[in-house]
Write a protein that binds this ligand. Structure first.
Ligand code: BGC
Length: 250
């Protein structure tokens, strides 16, 4: 019998949900995406989350990712979402909108890390791996032999005069109309700083731009191996579903 889970990934442009086959990490049926309401306040987003859960008529455990630090089910940051998320008790918020008994909320990059460990490249579960999701921001998941060290925010590390994500997110690439060559230089600068301080065994790159990894990964001047995440844009939803099933609340 298939073990089925359910995950929702809250992003800057869309809130996405799907049923997940927990044995394979594949979606069961289609994913539903609804545009993130603007302003993306906790209440407005929670309504969309409820709409997605109702659409799938899902009554089991629900995992939800947010692009923020989540400690003891309280959001503590809001770099690319509405500032009113800071100090929101997310467990209280979503329980108000959903009937599901088990709800687990975690950082989006942490969810991607958990998914990669379970279903992705085996280098994610051996040694000191750093997974980076590169999109509007840069999210990070640090993994030691497959165990997550939650809520690392390597995208906010200062590299030179700027934060890593200001310099090298894919939003920065678009905003400043950088070629892959120019942007890869910035990514190298950021990864070199991570290497200098953390010496990981591997960097795993996720987020939309990892789909085009062949265009920029070969241009990086980084000593540590850099590999694209295998779960691509499924990672957040799948990791959320896993966290809910295993009741992982970082
Ligand atoms: C946030 C992180 C998040 C990342 C990716 C960053 O700006 O601070 O919590 O994981 O964006 O969404």
């Amino acid at each position: 019998m298939t073990r089925t889970g359910f995950g929702i990934d809250i992003g800057g442009s869309g809130v996405k949900g799907a049923k997940v086959d927990l044995d394979t990490g594949e979606f069961i049926g289609d994913r539903l995406k609804i545009a993130t309401p603007q302003p993306a306040t906790p209440e407005a987003v929670a309504e969309v989350v409820a709409e997605i859960v109702e659409h799938f008529e899902w009554t089991g455990p629900v995992g939800i990712t947010v692009p923020a630090i989540v400690k003891n089910q309280v959001a503590l940051s809001a770099a690319n979402i509405d500032p009113s998320w800071i100090n929101t008790d997310v467990s209280e918020l979503f329980s108000k909108h959903l009937d599901n008994e088990q709800i687990v909320v975690l950082n989006d990059a942490d969810a991607a890390g958990l998914a990669e460990v379970r279903y992705g490249d085996e280098r994610a579960r051996t040694g000191a791996a750093i997974l980076l999701t590169i999109g509007t921001g840069i999210g990070s998941a640090m993994l030691i032999d497959g165990t997550l060290f939650p809520n690392t925010e390597l995208g906010h590390m200062n590299v030179g005069k700027k934060e890593a994500e200001q310099l090298a997110s894919s939003a920065a690439k678009e905003r400043e109309e950088l070629s892959y060559k120019k942007w890869a230089k910035r990514v190298s600068k950021v990864f070199n700083e991570y290497e200098r301080l953390l010496n990981p065994s591997v960097f795993i790159v996720g987020g939309g731009i990892s789909r085009k990894a062949d265009k920029w990964v070969p241009l990086l001047t980084v000593d540590t191996p850099v590999i694209p995440a295998q779960l691509r844009n499924r990672a957040g939803i799948v990791g959320a579903a896993l966290a809910a099933e295993d009741n992982i609340t970082p």
